[in-house]
Design a protein around this ligand. Structure first.
Ligand SMILES: [Zn+2]
Ligand SMILES: [Zn+2]
Length: 435
């Protein structure tokens, strides 16, 4: 008897139909990113722990509570990446990409990330993040373009109608000073009502209180001064620029001062895309913003930058919730059933030729089934056509292709034109199906 070990808590497997949905969603994001001129980057799953402490901030939830850290066999302190931006910024600095390529540099990635969080609905300890980063532009054009990309991904997935774009500015280091002392004063007065974490945050980083998920804190945050009353002229100018550009391209948005994002490195404009679920609650599936000081902090020189991330796991849950009809995994174009071993070998050569023409041709590889059992299997796999290959077919040099939906039959000669004729038949049945 073998033994069975379950997947670790907070992880999950993606199988069969789910896998098709994943491919569909990831391909949509990849295609849109490329359409917008972004190039893919890949970085390691683990990095030096210091990278995240230095970028996200030691006091952030991510670093202080959620990061998977470990010593390797040589005693290096490493961390599984909890997010994509820091590693990607590190990579472009290390590569010298900022001086070797024309700026701005536009990159995207799809990567698993790791956080030790309480697993709950659509929150996993291993989760997949799609993200984009733009390095080397301080223009509001870049902010707007990344928001347009996020928006067009949601449009392609038919979610745009149900998402709300929320924008805010968290200001630069100059305008933040006045704001921080204002909220320090405000929260000090409410000190006894704050949660334990927030009483610590009040000393270390009061802006993080704005992001607290505890209900009592949320209530207090509602009455807090708005950063928008404190931002400097440059930040205000940039923020208005983004709003003008969004208006120009017809993307609706709301200004929401409670959008602050959780990490230290954000400066200036930040945004979220929230999905309105069928039960009326909002789920944030995309978040991002500017981080103009991060690259300098990581040793990359003064390089303005921005980006966003989409949580793919949450996005998929939203897609399910929206009940949008996403096509099922396509079955084989044509399936061959055979009567004996000699015919099986002939079917193998047929599928080989058809696959060279990018036709999804399949045959039964179980090998010991009756013809009717093979046809049943083809039907379950959703094959469009099937054909039975037996001794008579081989001696006549003709195959009958049967449309599994309409039962219509087509007789094709086995010869040089066979693949062309199959291709024509598939195209014809496509155009008939779309009538
Ligand atoms: Zn400012
Ligand atoms: Zn709190």
């Amino acid at each position: 008897m073998g033994f069975f070990i379950k997947a670790p808590r907070g992880t999950r497997d993606i199988l069969l139909h789910d896998s098709y949905m994943w491919d569909f969603v990831l391909k949509t994001m990849e295609d849109q990113a490329k359409l917008f001129g972004f190039t893919r980057v890949r970085t390691p799953v683990f990095e030096c722990e210091e990278l995240y402490v230095g970028s996200s901030g030691a006091g952030s939830d991510v670093v202080s509570k959620e990061m998977y850290t470990f010593l390797d066999k040589s005693g290096r302190r490493l961390a599984l990446r909890p997010e994509g931006t820091a590693g990607v910024a590190r990579a472009v600095i290390q590569d010298g990409a900022l001086s070797r390529y024309p700026l701005p540099l536009k990159v995207f990635y799809i990567m698993p990330c790791y956080r030790y969080e309480k697993p709950q609905n659509c929150r996993y300890r291993e989760f997949t993040q799609f993200g984009v980063e733009v390095f080397g532009s301080d223009s509001c054009m870049a902010d707007t373009e990344t928001m347009m990309l996020a928006f067009s991904i949601f449009r392609e997935l038919c979610l745009a109608e149900k998402t709300v774009l929320k924008i805010n500015s968290v200001g630069c280091s100059r305008c933040r000073e006045g704001y921080i002392s204002a909220i320090k004063g405000y929260f000090s007065k409410k000190f006894s009502y704050l949660c334990d974490d927030c009483t610590t945050r009040l000393r270390s980083n009061p802006m993080r209180i704005l992001d607290c998920k505890v209900d009592t804190c949320k209530g207090i945050v509602k009455g807090a001064p708005s950063i928008l009353d404190f931002i400097c002229e440059d930040c205000a100018d940039h923020f208005y620029g983004v709003k003008d550009c969004l208006n120009a391209v017809g993307i609706d948005y709301v200004v929401d001062p409670s959008v602050v994002r959780g990490l230290d490195y954000y400066t200036g404009v930040v945004f979220e895309l929230d999905y309105r679920s069928s039960s009326g609650t909002f789920v944030t599936i995309c978040g991002g913003g500017r981080y103009d000081t991060l690259l300098e902090k990581l040793g990359g020189g003064m390089t303005p930058a921005l980006g966003f991330g989409i949580g793919v796991d949450r996005l998929l849950v939203s897609l399910e919730d929206s009940e949008i009809d996403i096509k099922k995994a396509p079955g084989p174009d044509i399936f061959f059933a055979y009567t004996d071993r000699q015919c099986a070998a002939f079917c193998l050569s047929l599928v080989k030729e058809l696959r060279l023409r990018k036709i999804c041709a399949q045959l039964d590889v179980k090998g010991d089934r009756s013809v009717s059992a093979q046809i049943k299997y083809a039907a379950k796999k959703g094959a469009r056509f099937f054909s039975v290959v037996g001794g008579n077919e081989l001696s006549d040099g003709k195959l009958i292709l049967k449309n599994m939906k309409t039962s219509q039959s087509f007789t094709l000669d086995i010869g040089d034109d066979f693949c062309d004729n199959v291709l024509n038949l598939l195209k014809r049945s496509d155009s008939i199906a779309s009538l």
